[in-house]
Write a protein that binds this ligand. Structure first.
Ligand code: SF4
Ligand code: SF4
Length: 74
């Protein structure tokens, strides 16, 4: 399992470029508003980060990404 995974920032413009680029099908556009990452599928290849025109994709340690997602829910 990849150590680092892609995390999508709040300023995603839902252009879909990252979705097309991901070799694992880990990305999708959620409700037409924002890209989301399936952490189980992401292999941390960084391809999405390279093509994002809005530069909102960041690679983070898997555990950090998990903790932040949990904090966002609380
Ligand atoms: S880092 Fe690679 S595998 Fe993970 S979401 Fe981006 S393109 Fe897909
Ligand atoms: S490439 Fe960037 S702006 Fe476009 S959908 Fe993906 S994360 Fe959002």
């Amino acid at each position: 399992m990849a150590k680092r995974i892609a995390v999508i920032g709040p300023n995603c413009v839902a252009c879909g470029r990252c979705v097309k680029e991901c070799p694992k099908g880990a990305l999708s556009i959620c409700k037409g508003l924002r890209a989301q990452v399936d952490a189980e599928k992401c292999i941390g290849c960084v391809k999405c980060e390279r093509v994002c025109p809005a530069a909102v994709i960041e690679m983070k340690e898997r555990q950090v990404a998990k903790d932040e997602a949990q904090k966002a829910v609380v």
